[in-house]
Write a protein that binds this ligand. Structure first.
Ligand code: AMP
Length: 503
């Protein structure tokens, strides 16, 4: 009965013959049939509230299985699922609601008064609540709805979701993702990473972001694999899950935190077949330490909200530390210079991608869309990268983070790699800040592993290895780098903090 809804049909087909199998393990878990029946109840309720194909359903709730069922229920109605980070304030939510004009907004009951005011200002027709235990006005009413909702027909070109980008500069943009982009990328990943019904995936990522919502959940569903669904990352819960799980999808901070824990051993990971990392750069050192401790080689991949996954290290071939691997089947990747010419091996440039995985444009931003998504389908990712002789891509940073000092380009990564290599350094972020003589000056913000670390040690190391214009004009030792929930270092906030360093 799901066959006419492009995404749903593909997410459901592998589990149809095995509806009694467990999809989500543990108390409060679900069989595949129970999971989809609940999604049908949400769909029936949404339809009863007048949600129509193409309408947006905005959802700002804590991570729960019910929230995943609501995602699929929304897709069943032909509407567009729009997840929002639970950390957003009411005024941030007001912007998203005004921009996306959803027919329904679902929020956590604990934030009723502020969220209702935001929704009222945006004229949202229906405002309902859902808590992490499945309660709230939406959850309670859905329980009384019948299952068996017949999904609305949708083609590959119809929208399934809008995800707002984290918006490191300017207004946050709504990336429009079609049924076809999500389904085709999921099918590629299931195949490339060899997911089967025998897999048990540890899901510890947030579900308002492409990594936890699409990469993890869609892959598990399409493969009819089971999940251990954790409310958030916690080493205790991960170590408890590892002996009965087979795969983990994580951001690099998961891996560094697990490495800090003496419970990480070859023995505890022996049932696992695959560790995947993405959403932020995994240091080569982390990759190597993980292999020493567990005998597993972390598989790093690269993607973004707008494109789903673009490249991945191979399952069978070499997984090269510090690289994001090869273009996935069906995804074209090229590295371009500023004049629009394609660059060759070992030349750093702007990464562009094309394929069925790429989004349909930014919601109500035709100019932004035209700037970044060309008519011939190439998307300018905003990332800088380089390809080695074997075709492996490495990410050098965001183009916005490129430093131009005295007229010369400095790629933060080439400085960071040298600093991170020092034994007393835990990690670093290199940024450009305004400077009267140089335009921008290179500044290194460093977290020490050993408190005895000094700025001079770092300056000496960089002076020995880098051209003078690339060497930091200032080295600042700090306790921690600012990161968002996906573990990405927030260079914009560092630039703001040190904006007046040379003035
Ligand atoms: P988001 O849209 O929040 O998923 O962020 C996408 C951005 O995260 C990309 O454009 C990259 O800058 C960065 N990113 C994702 N995966 C990786 C990776 N494996 N290594 C380095 N950067 C990554």
């Amino acid at each position: 009965m799901y066959k006419d809804n492009h995404l749903l049909a593909q997410l459901r087909s592998a589990s149809l013959g095995r509806g009694d199998d467990v999809f989500v393990q543990g108390q409060g878990g679900r069989t595949f049939d129970a999971f989809f029946a609940n999604a049908e109840r949400y769909a029936a309720l949404l339809a009863a509230k007048g949600v129509e194909p193409g309408d947006r359903v905005a959802v700002q709730v804590n991570k729960s299985l019910e929230a995943l069922e609501l995602y699929l229920g929304t897709v069943m109605t032909g509407a567009v699922f729009l997840p929002l980070n639970p950390d957003y304030t009411a005024s941030e939510i007001a912007y998203f609601l005004q921009d996306a004009t959803p027919h329904m907004f679902v929020h956590d009951p604990s934030r009723k008064s502020e969220m209702q005011a935001a929704a009222q200002a945006a004229d949202v027709a229906h405002v309902m609540t859902l808590d992490a235990a499945g309660g709230g006005t939406l959850g309670d009413t859905a329980k009384a709805m019948p299952d068996g909702f017949v999904p609305v027909a949708r083609t590959a070109d119809d929208l399934a979701a809008i995800l707002y980008t984290s918006g490191t500069t300017g207004r946050s943009k709504g990336a429009m993702l079609t049924h076809g982009a999500l389904a085709s990328n999921t099918a590629t990943l299931v195949d490339y990473w060899r997911f089967t019904p025998d897999d048990v995936l540890i899901h510890a990522l947030p579900i308002f972001h492409t990594h936890g919502l699409f990469v993890a959940t869609n892959v598990a569903l399409m493969a009819a694999a089971a999940m251990i669904f954790l409310p958030k990352f916690s080493p205790d819960a991960i170590f408890a899950a590892m002996p009965i799980a087979t795969t983990l999808m994580g951001v690099p901070t998961f891996y560094t935190r697990l490495l800090d824990d003496p419970r990480l051993t070859k023995d505890i990971t022996k049932n696992m077949r695959l560790f995947i990392s993405g959403s932020a750069p995994l240091l080569a050192e982390t990759h190597e330490r993980w292999t020493e401790r567990t005998d597993h080689k972390i598989l790093e991949r690269y993607g973004m909200t707008e494109t789903n996954m673009n490249t991945s290290n191979p399952y069978d071939g070499a997984r090269k530390p510090g690289t994001v691997g090869l273009p996935l089947p069906g995804v074209e990747v090229k590295i371009m210079d500023g004049s629009g010419a394609e660059l060759g091996v070992d030349e750093i440039g702007s990464i562009e991608v094309r394929g069925d995985n790429v989004f349909a444009g930014y919601w109500q931003m035709p100019e932004k869309t035209a700037e970044e998504l060309r008519e011939d389908g190439w998307f300018v990712t905003g990332d800088l990268g380089v390809r080695d002789k074997d075709g492996y891509v490495s990410i050098v940073g965001r183009s916005k983070d490129l430093i131009i000092s005295g007229g010369f380009n400095v790629y933060p990564k080439e400085v960071e790699v040298i600093i991170d290599d020092l034994p007393d350094v835990l990690e670093s972020a290199v940024i450009g800040v305004p400077h009267a003589d140089f335009g921008e000056a290179v500044v290194a913000v460093v977290v020490a592993r050993d408190p005895a670390l000094t700025a001079e040690t770092i300056s000496l190391a960089t002076a020995g290895k880098l051209a003078r214009f690339k060497c930091p004009k200032s080295v600042l030792i700090v306790d921690a780098l600012p990161r968002n929930t996906m573990g990405k270092v927030q260079k914009k906030s560092l630039r703001e903090e040190y904006n007046n360093l040379f003035n």
